[in-house]
Design a protein around this ligand. Structure first.
Ligand code: UT7
Length: 341
């Protein structure tokens, strides 16, 4: 049984009368290249490029936190949507690298934006987090509980990477992406379907073992570097391909479409080989797939959000296009959505 067949897989077939009115993204200035990583650990540009497709990633400055990246992405999305921060009603931040354990990073983002009348909270669903946030926000806005919502995927993964572990440190980067949701009128864009899934039985495959209540960082264990990402890469790879394939097929089918109707696929950007394998299995032309993993590496919850914004601003999405978003990450979690632009 693949992860996406598990009982903890939920689909939402009803289209929402909600559209994306604006997108934004922000990447820190500092670029860390594969050549620079060759100095830090025993690796090579050739290994990283051929196994992952990653050429470089962005690293946040000291003191530049997830909430700062998130707010900068949200400001751009709000500007494009033509909505003032003071009028924002709901902020959801998807992140696994919060500024603090509590309060939520969304609370800091609310302050940075000056969105003082908004309700703000985080979701933690790793690389699927932005699409989990999309699902929560589209029902909240669609039901009329909030007039608008800003959803953000933001990560400062560089703070949770073991820079001595070549198995993980070459993979991850920092960044943020955001989207503004508003009610749609006269069929000007809708969210047609979505699909979320979770398989907690596989939680050990990808986690940050230390720093929570299960394993607090103490003087005794401080030298063990436990508050960093730990991953069984090969196992995660197999689950990723299966789950993203199934989630893609389910969202397309729930929308009453076929793969031929999809104009652009925006997949989670973890590894070009995972993307290629999924795209081949769901029978999509590779030219209709948005790729930026080469520039940013894996930015977890931010990856789909950044890619959506870049695709939007590059003019790769037109009114009426049907877009497939699909993600997979720690949890294990997976998520997909089909959007009519
Ligand atoms: O964000 C969502 C969740 N994450 C993912 O979806 C990531 C899923 N996993 C992957 O993308 C891949 O499994 C990796 C990129 C992490 C690893 O690629 P792989 O082809 O599965 O390699 P591997 O882990 O099987 O390692 C192959 C070899 C090993 O050496 P031996 O045991 O064959 O001698 C590793 O020690 O490559 C070695 N290796 C490296 N060599 C040079 C591992 N990392 C590196 C490195 N540079 N950075």
């Amino acid at each position: 049984m693949s992860a996406a067949d598990s009982p903890a897989s939920q689909g939402s077939k009803l289209p929402s009368n909600v559209r994306i009115a604006g997108t934004g993204s922000y990447l820190p200035e500092k670029i860390l290249t594969n050549a620079e990583l060759e100095i830090l650990v025993e690796t090579s540009d050739d290994w990283i490029t051929s196994r992952t497709g990653i050429k470089e990633r962005r690293i946040a400055a000291e003191g530049e936190l997830t909430s700062h990246l998130a707010a900068k992405a949200a400001e751009k999305a709000l500007e494009q949507a033509g909505i003032e921060a003071a009028d924002v009603e709901l902020i959801i931040v998807a992140t696994i690298t919060p500024d603090t354990l509590t309060p939520a990073t969304a609370c800091y983002v609310q302050q940075h934006l000056g969105a003082l009348k908004s309700v703000a909270f985080d979701v933690s669903a790793a690389c699927s987090g932005f699409l989990y946030a999309l699902e929560l926000a589209r029902h909240s806005v669609g039901a009329g509980a909030f007039k608008n919502a800003v959803i953000i995927g933001a990560e400062k993964l560089s703070a949770f990477v073991n820079w001595k572990d070549r198995n993980t440190c070459v993979l991850f980067g920092d960044g943020a992406g955001a989207a503004v949701l508003v009610p749609s009128e006269n069929g000007d864009g809708r969210i047609l379907s979505s699909h979320l899934g979770t398989d907690g039985a596989q939680a050990e495959l990808l986690n940050i073992p230390g720093g929570g209540a299960a394993c607090p960082i103490t003087i005794e264990n401080a030298d063990q570097n436990l508050a960093v990402l730990s991953m069984q890469g090969r196992e995660v790879f197999k689950h990723a391909v299966n789950a993203m394939r199934r989630a893609s097929e389910q969202a397309i089918e729930s929308a009453g479409l076929t793969a031929a109707d999809i104009s652009l696929v925006i997949p989670h950007q973890a590894n070009i080989r995972i993307i290629d394998a999924v795209v081949e299995r769901i029978d999509i032309d590779p030219k209709d797939v948005f790729i930026n993993v080469d520039k940013y590496g894996n930015t977890s919850a931010a990856a789909v959000a950044i890619a959506l914004d870049e695709a939007n601003r590059q003019g790769r999405i037109n009114s009426g296009d049907k877009i497939l978003l699909v993600a997979f990450g720690a949890g294990l979690t997976w998520a997909s959505a089909v959007i009519e632009w």
